[in-house]
Ligand binder design. Sequence first.
Ligand SMILES: [Zn+2]
Length: 194
Amino acid sequence: MHAITNSGWVEVVTGCMFSGKTEELLRRVRRAEIAGQSVAAFTPAIDDRYGTATIGSHAGRRIEARVVDPEDPAPDIHADLNGEQVVAVDEANFFSEPLVEVCRDLADEGRRVIVSGTDQTFRGEPFSPIPELMATAEYVEKFQAICSQCGEPATRNQRLIEGDPAHYDDPTIMVGAEESYEARCRSCHVVRRD
Ligand SMILES: [Zn+2]
């Protein structure tokens, strides 16, 4: 990947869950830091698996991140920035549409913007705002996991509720239900519609 002289850009790291997106984001951030570039990292105020202000991969590497409002991220992000050349945004699928504008503005200001997030819902449909970011980015890299059922490359997020495939109409958050996710290929991905 070459540097664009005197201009920023947006790069999107996407794919299904367990495909290594966050690892790749962290790898890019580390390389920038090794080169002496300053980095600001942001994550939505939803997932606190690794603490409220860290981006952590399943492999255990982590960086400090500012937790921002996913519905209106612009004020938090702009208030936190202090001349950083690189901006990293993890779990970008949990942000709403304004994130696209924020990333555009940051790139217009000359920054390198690295965005990571899954591109499909559990229904196998586009997961906004990732598709919009992919369309307007300079660089897109899409990773695959390994299908938990057949071992082929996996691109989809299988949602399970009490161990069974979720129904198309199931709400995003089901209070009291035990739910989990698996990476699956197109053939093994199941969305109940009965
Ligand atoms: Zn499969």
